[in-house]
Design a protein around this ligand. Structure first.
Ligand SMILES: [Zn+2]
Length: 231
């Protein structure tokens, strides 16, 4: 089956977009493109430790200074090209986070695949649900899998995937979560206007549902996309 070359999950923190991207990766063979991980890979590439730009950016990264946007864009574009040359479809869940990032990414997508090969899932969730999920979860120290608190998981201390220790993140407190909402409305939500303007197809899914039910909606959409594009 032919799937979109690029799938992007957008939504509030706590919408479950990262989980859905992981599921699309596991079940449909997409590569989960995590910008943070890609950059880390680049800054620590043993073959590049004589490159002054890489060394400078690694130092910035280690001291918490933002990496320079031009360098980030160049690296991201190179990795997107590399993975797609290997025949991989890509799924995004952490970017684009702003109009500036979106303008850059969309240009790369357009030149490589055309907008008709990009599909956006908007995971719709209320602030209350999102707040509840963010403040009632723990994250695996090792593999970063999030575990949501409920009657079944309340005694869990170790990660069901890798056995790592589950910890509460310092970011997951109401004041900080609300600040992240404001950032989302200010920086990320305007990206939907750009998506509409350039004509990328957007599908809304109900983020209030449990992960498996959302995954079912996503599967249905991917399959009907595939049918539409192979006939
Ligand atoms: Zn783990």
């Amino acid at each position: 089956m032919a799937y979109p070359k690029i799938v992007i999950f957008m939504g509030l923190p706590g919408s479950g977009k990262g989980t859905q991207a992981d599921l699309v990766s596991e079940r449909f063979g997409f590569f989960h493109f995590d910008t943070g991980r890609v950059l880390e890979k680049e800054w620590y590439d043993p073959a590049k430790q004589n490159d002054p730009v890489v060394v400078r950016e690694r130092k910035n990264f280690e001291s918490g200074v933002l990496n320079s946007p031009d360098v980030v864009n160049t690296v991201v574009e190179r990795y997107i090209k590399q993975y797609s040359a290997e025949g991989k479809n890509l799924v995004f869940s952490g970017s684009p986070r702003s109009i500036v990032q979106a303008e850059f990414l969309f240009k790369v997508f357009e030149s490589l695949f055309g907008y008709e090969n990009v599909l956006v899932f908007a995971v719709d969730v209320s602030e209350d649900t999102s707040l509840f999920r963010n403040s009632n979860r723990r994250v695996c120290k090792k593999c970063r899998t999030p575990v949501l608190w409920n009657s079944e998981t309340k005694d869990w201390r170790v990660c069901p995937k890798c056995g790592g220790e589950l910890v509460k993140r310092s970011l997951d407190v109401p004041e900080i979560i609300k600040e992240r909402f404001r950032e989302y409305y200010r920086q990320t939500e305007p990206v939907f206007e750009l998506i509409k303007k350039v004509g990328i197809e957007t599908v809304h899914v109900n983020g209030e549902l449990p992960p498996e039910a959302i995954a079912e909606e996503v599967r249905n959409h991917l399959e009907s996309w595939s049918k539409k594009h192979t006939t």
